[in-house]
Design a protein around this ligand. Structure first.
Ligand SMILES: NC(=O)c1ccc[n+]([C@@H]2O[C@H](COP(=O)([O-])OP(=O)(O)OC[C@H]3O[C@@H](n4cnc5c(N)ncnc54)[C@H](O)[C@@H]3O)[C@@H](O)[C@H]2O)c1
Length: 393
């Protein structure tokens, strides 16, 4: 069969789909970014990024111009493509359970555009055994070529990382694995073939492992603070010239759309038995409260002017999804503080500039350590809370 596109990325204008599509198109493949977000479609068609993605804009402009990259709001584009990569969001519900049923309904809705000659690649993060359910949803009788190729990039740096990282490839048939490997060989440094279940767990374990590492750092930070000891000095003493401790992170807000979610996906799959994951959640999600309690032990928060620098979930990106800065702001307001928020990348009409925060606030918390804050000068009278500082690496 002949197709108009080599690849259709469903959810192609999101944080995962867009850089992936750009990188494939930059290697000469004909890529269609299929999505439902009209605003993003308009922005991307102009050659601009709807979010911070370093090094992507020149490649986006080039691939739009040479015709390798197209944007479509029409599901029919799926039927016109040889390889279908699914990269839509897969959030968890309010009880932290995977919303697998909604994802399966979405897969079911695609069936009218699919045929067994196409290769279907799941790129979205899924719960363990979800790919087996996707296969059943598509219909066991037909010979679907279904593959799972998880994304493991650090958000904002996909263009650099996609070329550098090995690609895990799993599939339900040799054809699916071989075709997915051939496709990713265009952009990945190497291919690691696994079973479906191994790939699902490898993806989730990787993020849980990082989430637990951040939690141990945050727990150590809290212990140090309670003892009046500087955690960053302890950490420096631990890691300097001592390879075995080198992965210990600095303290800081561990949030965003993936780490907690993937940890909780394992938890719901393992029926609440993922005790380390739960403990990590309590420590990481409890950090804003810990900071506020520390402040309360030093001064009255009622009517105190408190500024939060960095509302994104991490440094130097504009993504506010699941950012702990908002939880911090809520707890402070609940304690009676007057809170001003600022960010260098994320836009919100309620945010103020960093200069206004420096000028007006009696307490300033660096919640996301954007580069722009490194050289900020604060008034001597200001209580500056920067748990990220003196990172020795
Ligand atoms: N953001 C990350 O760093 C990261 C890293 C690894 C894996 N993941 C996983 O990748 C998946 C996507 O995450 P994301 O951060 O790119 O999400 P996102 O919200 O940025 O992007 C999802 C895109 O899917 C589109 N979409 C939603 N419903 C659609 C539909 N019915 N048809 C077509 N398009 C539709 C949205 O408009 C959006 O553009 C998730 O499963 C996530 O867990 C994300």
């Amino acid at each position: 069969m002949s197709y108009k596109y080599d690849i259709c990325i469903v959810g192609g204008l999101g944080h995962i789909g867009l850089p992936l599509g750009i990188v494939f198109a930059s290697k000469g493949l004909k890529v269609c970014l299929q999505d439902i977000n009209k605003d993003s479609a308009e922005i991307v068609s102009r050659g601009e990024l709807p979010f911070v993605e370093y090094e992507a804009e020149p490649l986006l402009k080039k691939t739009l111009k040479n015709g390798n990259l197209s944007i479509s709001l029409d599901s029919q584009s799926i039927a016109e493509s040889k390889n279908i990569i699914i990269a839509i969001g897969t959030p968890v519900d309010e009880y932290m359970n995977s919303r697998t049923r909604e994802f399966l309904e979405f897969i079911s809705s695609l069936k009218e555009y699919l045929n067994p000659d196409q290769l279907i690649i799941i790129r979205s993060s899924v719960a363990p055994n979800a790919c087996e359910q996707i296969k059943r949803t598509l219909g066991e009788g037909e010979n679907w070529k279904l593959s799972y190729c998880p994304e493991r990039i650090v958000q904002g740096y996909a263009i650099k990382e996609l070329k550098k990282l090995p690609q895990i490839v799993a599939g339900f048939s040799d054809d699916a694995v071989n075709e997915a490997s051939d496709l990713f060989q265009n952009i990945s440094s190497s291919i690691i073939k696994t079973t479906m279940q191994e790939a699902e767990l490898a993806k989730l374990f990787a993020n849980s492992w990082r989430y637990i590492q951040f939690a141990i750092a945050n727990q150590f930070f809290m212990i140090c603070e309670d003892q009046g000891v500087d955690y960053n000095k302890v950490r420096k003493a631990m890691v300097e010239g001592y390879e075995r401790a080198s992965q210990l992170p600095s303290a800081g807000f561990a949030a965003g759309p993936c780490l907690l979610k993937d940890t909780m996906q394992i938890s719901s799959f393992y029926q609440g038995g993922f005790l380390l994951g739960h403990s990590a959640m309590m420590v990481n999600e409890g950090l804003p409260n810990f900071l506020v309690n520390q402040m309360k032990s030093r001064y009255e928060l009622k009517n105190r002017k408190v500024g939060i620098l960095g509302m994104a979930f991490k440094a130097d990106v504009d993504d506010i999804r699941d950012s702990l800065s908002f939880r911090l702001s809520k707890i402070l307001k609940f304690s009676g503080a007057q809170v001003l928020c600022s960010d260098e990348f994320a836009n919100n009409p309620e945010f103020v500039t960093k200069e206004e925060i420096v000028e007006k606030c009696e307490t300033i918390i660096i919640a996301a350590p954007h580069s722009q804050y490194a050289d900020l000068k604060f008034l001597d009278s200001t209580d500056v809370i920067d748990i990220w500082k003196s990172n020795p690496q």
